[in-house]
Design a protein around this ligand. Structure first.
Ligand SMILES: C[S@@+](CC[C@H](N)C(=O)[O-])C[C@H]1O[C@@H](n2cnc3c(N)ncnc32)[C@H](O)[C@@H]1O
Length: 258
């Protein structure tokens, strides 16, 4: 259970686990099969105030099948679409069942980098609205990062939205990520402490990782990396992240309410 994303965050042992053990709530947004929440329980956190949310309602049952903990892990799966229109989001599972201003810690691991800039800003603002009003409430996680921020077109067949528009995703530098959250804080009316966002320290990187793991299956034997998703058009740099391209890596971040 040592290799899940949240446990690699610098604040996992020093802040997340102690606060969970003292009763804080935590929402894992884009939780997939709930692996990070199971890791928290494995490390001694009480399960009662852990919430998972994802676009796909099927993950709820699948995660119980995978972890075989239907009888012990409370049902706190709130399927929702963070990109839905405003009315749907305000009446959706997260806002109705968790509620605005309620959650002490929100984890977004390998999540925001799925979206283009305007959608990232929209989702960041929504996340801030879910965050507890208590000073010290925190949003934290990790995602793929670059030194030079770029709105990047994806490769076919990922390059089109369902309605046929070009699909891009915004790849952040620490600076652009920080700026986006400052803008989101202003838009949501949430005061923030100085934002922390930095590349994962090289010594903490797994020796075997040939890139930022996107979680997708590889067709070949080599690991599937974020670069395998991108259109080659504007790019001339090496294909593999981390090992041969020092301008890319995993960002760890925390956004704290003041
Ligand atoms: C790359 S996975 C990250 C999973 C997990 N957090 C981790 O670190 O391994 C991104 C997750 O975001 C979810 N997702 C994608 N678009 C979403 C949306 N619009 N609303 C909610 N969840 C979404 C996906 O279903 C997927 O489970």
């Amino acid at each position: 259970m040592g290799h899940f994303g949240l446990a690699k965050h610098p604040l996992y042992h020093t802040m997340v686990l102690p606060r969970l053990k003292s009763g804080d709530s935590l929402l894992d947004l884009g939780a997939c099969l709930g692996q990070d929440l199971r890791k928290c329980v494995f490390d001694g956190a009480p399960p009662d105030r852990l919430y998972a949310s994802d676009l796909f309602v099927e993950y709820e049952d699948l995660s119980y099948e995978l972890w075989r903990d239907r009888d012990t892990f409370p049902n706190r799966f709130l399927a929702d679409d963070v990109l839905s229109d405003n009315d749907s989001f305000m009446q959706g599972n997260l806002m109705m069942n968790l509620g605005p201003g309620q959650t002490d810690m929100i984890v977004i691991n390998m999540f925001l980098h799925l979206f283009d800039y305007s959608n990232q800003l929209k989702v960041a603002t929504r996340i801030l609205r879910l965050l507890s009003h208590k000073p010290g409430s925190i949003i934290l996680g990790s995602q793929a990062g670059v030194v030079e921020p770029i709105e990047q077109l994806l490769k076919p067949p990922f390059d089109k939205t369902e309605d046929g528009r070009k699909r891009t995703i915004f790849r952040h530098s620490p600076e652009s990520f920080t700026q986006m959250w400052e803008d989101a804080g202003k838009a949501a009316g949430v005061p923030l402490r100085p934002i922390t966002c930095e590349f994962q320290k090289p010594e903490a990187t797994e020796a075997s990782a040939a890139g930022v793991d996107t979680g997708l299956e590889a067709e070949e034997k080599k690991p599937f990396t974020a670069d395998d998703l991108f259109s080659k058009e504007p790019l001339t740099r090496p294909k593999i992240l981390l090992q041969s391209a020092p301008e890319t890596g995993r960002l760890h971040f925390s956004v704290v309410r003041s």
